[in-house]
Design a protein around this ligand. Structure first.
Ligand SMILES: Cc1cc2nc3c(=O)[nH]c(=O)nc-3n(C[C@H](O)[C@H](O)[C@H](O)COP(=O)(O)O)c2cc1C
Ligand code: SF4
Length: 433
């Protein structure tokens, strides 16, 4: 039984994305129309009542964030849509951009109205450049039909959107780094305070929200907070877009109600694993997320239950890895990613990632040193506690959770004395753990 839902995704496939009239015919921009009939404070209350938490990874209450942004004094505020989506195995924002660009425009305008911003920017990851013409056309059409621009739908609200293309760095998904990059500086995070809500893009008060958060806000304004909270659990209300990837029969972006177990997601939505394969591990929330063994498949997909199990919703990525990949091979791929993406600004992340990379490489070659495990644990802990930004703080989630759930992968007797070689030779010798 397919348990997907369509609260945010209800317009997918129902209209021609290059024709705003076909979008309006299926109810596009109803949320913005409703919002314009409310006071900004009421719009924020609706979002707060929905209980939605930011979908970019940090899960901060969107209602609270908008309230704080609205409370910042100043006429010249900015809304930025974070469409950087650089987390490996995460592509749910792309699904929204591809299938319902007008929903995002609507959500950004609602956010602008609520917090008192007159301009919005979409920060689109470089790898999504093929979507630029589609988004540009959608913005242009929204302007022509007066869903953007001055006096939107004869109201006193003015709001326009500019599309900005990133240059392909993962760290630029972090809010302050994204702003640095938009200002033409190198992609490195800013020290806080001042917080970007007060002093963000070009020193203006700035609200940064994820694509899904903004699209959900439009759907919530259209259908009401109660329609959203009809899904999910008390602490994780609503629906979530997930990117189901890896060794499942039906990988893809899906909208699900919070509360399904991981097993249900993989089996009923993902179609299960290939015949004859068994689950080695899951990784939740992208490369910066923890990994989990099959024993945790009964965990409900909610913020609270995943948290109790040491996991996180994060970016909404769910990566399924079967028995063909060893834990060490997997960790090596993750580590290579972080070595490449560390911006180098702070020592714990820059040096910690490189040193841990060397240790994992020794494990992958079947020749770890006796103190490697403890050294890696120590470096990983320092990185979590002392890194300058979220990249370094979360880069070792996979390693630390592997030490917890797959201790056998690091045991010396998993490696024949003197065994060295590539991951393929290790696999042939049956040393995969
Ligand atoms: C290294 C790093 C990368 C990030 N990448 C993204 C991203 O690609 N998209 C995103 O929305 N948030 C990303 N975030 C989170 C943002 O900093 C920010 O919390 C988010 O855009 C806020 O939107 P939300 O409140 O709607 O979740 C990233 C954070 C870090 C530390
Ligand atoms: S943790 Fe430090 S080195 Fe790593 S990306 Fe952030 S600022 Fe750069």
């Amino acid at each position: 039984m397919n348990k997907t839902v369509s609260f945010i995704t209800d317009h997918f496939g129902k209209y021609n994305t290059s024709d705003i009239d076909s979008c309006l015919a299926v109810g596009g921009f109803t949320g913005l129309k409703r919002a314009l009939g409310l006071t900004p404070a009421d719009v924020i209350r609706t979002i707060a009542d929905s209980g939605i938490q930011g979908r970019g990874g940090a899960a901060y209450s969107t209602g609270k964030k908008w309230q704080q942004a609205a409370a910042v004094p100043g006429e010249d505020k900015v809304v930025i849509c974070n469409a950087d989506e650089g987390e490996p195995c995460t592509f749910k924002d792309r699904a929204l951009l591809e299938n319902d660009p007008f929903r995002l425009i609507e959500g950004m305008a609602i956010a602008g109205y609520a917090v008192g911003a007159g301009h919005g920017y979409i920060y689109l990851r470089e790898e999504y450049r093929h979507l630029k013409p589609r988004l540009e056309k959608a913005i242009e059409q929204a302007r022509t039909c007066r869903w953007l621009g001055n006096h939107i739908q004869d109201s006193n609200f003015n709001f326009d959107i500019t599309l900005y293309s990133g240059a392909g760095a993962y760290v630029c998904g972090e809010g302050s780094t994204l702003i640095e990059s938009m200002e033409g500086k190198s992609g490195r995070p800013r020290i806080k305070p001042p917080y970007i809500k007060e002093c963000g893009l070009f020193q203006k008060p700035t609200l940064v929200n994820n694509v899904e958060t903004l699209a959900a806000a439009a759907a919530i304004l259209e259908k009401g907070a109660e329609a959203f909270t009809a899904y999910g659990t008390e602490k994780s209300p609503g629906t979530k877009l997930i990117s189901l990837a890896g060794n499942v029969k039906n990988p893809g972006a899906y909208e699900i109600p919070f509360g399904m177990t991981l097993r249900e997601i993989i089996e009923t939505i993902g179609g299960g694993l290939e015949e004859g394969r068994t689950l080695k591990l899951l990784q939740l929330g992208g490369a910066s997320g923890s990994i989990a063994p099959a024993a945790l498949l009964g965990t409900p997909y909610t913020y609270e239950d995943l948290n109790k199990a040491g996991l996180d919703v994060g970016s909404g990525g769910i990566l399924v890895v079967d028995d063909r990949t060893s834990v060490i091979e997997f960790l090596k791929a993750i580590q290579d990613f972080f070595i490449h993406e560390s911006c180098g600004k702070c020592t714990p992340c820059r040096e910690g990632n490189r040193q841990i990379g060397r240790i994992i490489a020794r494990y992958a070659e079947g020749a770890p040193r006796p103190d490697d495990l403890e050294t890696a644990r120590r470096f990983a802990t320092i990185m979590c506690n002392c890194s300058f930004c979220g990249l370094g703080e979360t880069a070792q989630s996979a390693l630390l959770s592997a030490m917890r759930h797959f201790p056998e992968a690091f045991e010396a007797d998993a490696f024949e004395a003197g065994v060295t070689g590539t991951k393929e030779t290790i696999g042939e010798r049956g040393l995969r753990v």
